[in-house]
Design a binder for this molecule. Structure first.
Ligand code: PLP
Length: 431
């Protein structure tokens, strides 16, 4: 039954295989707060370790509470399998480390969350993985930076501060020509953007944001779309086609479909190699919290998007606001991408330029309802002034390169009544 469910409102509550807890018939997903699982007998234990059968071994690698979350998010994205991890950062790092090793490179969009930029520019480089940065306004930039060592393309569906929707199909098509999977960070647009439908091979989320939605728990997830042909692209993808010495010579691209009946080597390798060796599992307690959020994410996204559109209209009528940044406020092809790749709304992130650093900081200090935090995607409305916080070390030229003018304020519009959100913004602008 659940496999046939297509609507995100229903998937959030019923998606995946979970109906009731098999041990207790509990309808709410129980928190399986355990590290380990009693093996039935020695043979079963040996089979589990040898990947001859799948089941619970140790919570660093799998957990029944996380399993429900994984299956539901996979269903929400239209993917085949998912792996939950301890944070969105761990999800981004694993996505790259799963395809690339020292000496390899990936090509990533320049439009990225700052934490991802740091990971890509510094930490992965120190591990020998080069990240080449392509301006996504022209998808051909990805092809230009590709060579025989390029293992993946990477982008964000709706990245701030520019809020230019990523050319998903255009870059996925270039990737398909070269045997390169496209990985999309869909953190800012769950439900309203479905990257796998447009040709991405893998989707990841910081669950911390809209999916959890209540600002209580950090988490991340990687969804394997199940469509990328790892074997056909054997030369391009050595980590999926050469024997893995860390797992009795397993050849992931060939062996996983045989073992599972599904084309999910990306998910299996992330779980049994990366989670096993690098750790960073999601805790069962956080998985439970995030499941509560997932149950209503489709409903919340509708309200987030509707409220954001009202805020955009209001801001556009304000003289003190020099510029309003929103996915549909771009012109030409960039605007068309928002229309093409988003469905049911354009997200809750809104940027506005108040003209100067002082005006931006003053606006933030006068907010009474909106919270001043370095986060997005809460049910509550949030705001931050990057020039005086996250980007305060940068000069004006560097700020411009990062896409934040001195007066730029980022709003993450919540699900409160829109009149209350607008009233707070109005009084803070007046002040
Ligand atoms: N990706 C995006 C788009 C984000 O906005 C964030 C965090 O802000 C992350 C990844 C990292 O997620 P986390 O904070 O859960 O590690």
């Amino acid at each position: 039954m659940t496999k046939k469910i297509k609507h995100p409102e229903t998937i959030g509550l019923h998606g995946g295989d979970y109906r009731a807890d098999p041990a207790t018939t509990s309808v709410a997903v129980p928190i399986y707060q355990t590290t380990s699982y009693q093996f039935k007998n020695a043979e079963t234990a040996a089979n589990l370790f040898g990947l001859k059968e799948f089941g619970n071994i140790y919570t660093r690698i799998m957990n029944p509470t996380c399993d429900v979350l994984e299956k539901r998010v996979a269903a929400l994205e239209g993917g085949m399998a998912a792996v939950a991890v301890g944070s969105g950062q761990a999800a981004s790092a694993f996505c790259v480390q799963n395809v690339a090793q020292a000496g390899d490179n990936i090509v990533s969009s320049t439009d990225l969350y700052g934490g991802t930029v740091n990971l890509f520019k510094n930490t992965l480089r120190m591990q020998g993985i080069e990240v080449r940065f392509a301006d996504p306004t022209d998808p051909k930039n990805f092809e230009k930076l590709t060579d025989e060592k390029t293992r993946a393309y990477y982008g964000e569906s709706c990245p701030n501060p520019y809020l230019r929707v990523f050319p998903i199909k255009e870059v996925a098509d270039i990737g398909k020509k070269h045997g390169i999977p496209l990985i999309i960070d869909n953190t800012a647009a769950p439900v309203i953007c479905k990257p796998l439908e447009h040709g991405a091979a893998v989707v990841m989320h910081s669950l911390t944001k809209y999916i959890a939605g209540h600002g209580t728990s950090i988490g991340g997830i990687i969804v394997d779309g199940g469509t990328f042909d790892w074997v056909k692209n054997a030369k391009r993808q050595p980590l999926f086609n050469e024997p893995d010495p860390s797992y009795n010579g397993a050849v992931w691209g060939r062996d996983v479909p045989k073992l599972t009946g599904a084309n999910i080597p990306f998910a299996i390798r992330a779980r049994v190699v990366l989670l096993r060796d690098l750790g960073a599992p999601l805790s069962p307690f956080n998985a439970f919290q995030i499941i509560q959020g997932l149950e209503t994410v489709a409903l919340r996204m509708k309200q987030h998007c509707a409220n954001a559109e009202k805020v955009v209209k209001f801001l556009e009528s304000q003289k003190k606001v020099k510029n309003v940044i929103y996915p549909t406020n771009h012109q030409g092809e960039i605007r068309e991408r928002a229309k093409r790749y988003m469905n049911g709304g354009y997200g809750s992130l809104v940027g506005m330029d108040l003209g100067s650093k002082e005006a931006g900081a003053k606006f933030i200090d006068n907010l009474k309802l909106l919270y001043h935090v370095a986060n997005i995607g809460d049910a509550r409305s949030l705001a931050i002034h990057p020039a005086s916080t996250t980007h305060s070390q940068l000069n004006d030229k560097q700020l411009a390169e990062a896409g934040v003018t001195p007066g730029y304020v980022r709003l993450s519009i919540g699900i409160e009544h829109p009149d209350d959100i607008i009233a707070d913004i109005e009084q803070a602008l007046a002040a």
